[in-house]
Design a protein. Sequence first.
Length: 230
Amino acid sequence: MIEYIAIEGSIGVGKTTVVERLTKLLTENNGDVDNVDTNMKKTKKRKKVQAVLPEPVEEWSDVLKQFYADPARFSTHLQMDILLARTKQLFSCEEGKGRIIVERSVDSSSNVFVPMLVDDGFMNAQDVRMYTSWDELVQKQVLSHLSLGGVIYIQASPETCLRRISKRSRDGEAGIALDYLRKLQDSYARWLADIEKKGVPVIRICMEDDGEQAVENAVRKILDSVLFHL
């Protein structure tokens, strides 16, 4: 069984920046977690990490732009593309080589984003039935060798996320509204509360501040969590 740790958070919160920094740290040390500098003592046993998997956005970038332009038409298409891309990415991991860190997960797709699309009327009962059938098949047959070991939730206010989205000016994101980010925050809160009740540990890291030091602090907290606590 392979345990994965999901780095989750709203759009614009800083997940990708943090994951890139995590990847750089592990690459510099050739994947040897014993040589990575953390806040914990060197003598404490560390859990092994075999890979950091960034969100494969390039796999669904075209349909994402179409979704932002016409969510009613492209919501289901987008979610199916995301499910397929994440499945291919996770399936490549090998047992016995340590846990993996993923930027967002199949779990948040089905428990955070899909419910929002249903609430907004962009996915109907037939869409949900098809998506859920494929999601359950993937979880039971294709990714049955993986288990969610914990969630690291990076958080910032919806206003801060919107400011960062505007600053980075990615294609298709211009239409993201503050109300959407508030709904996304609420949807995440419901899912995190639910999995905590089921015994899945959740560590929350605030990234309200901008700048390199804020990223560095978040990375160190994540490393301590992944290597020692979760």
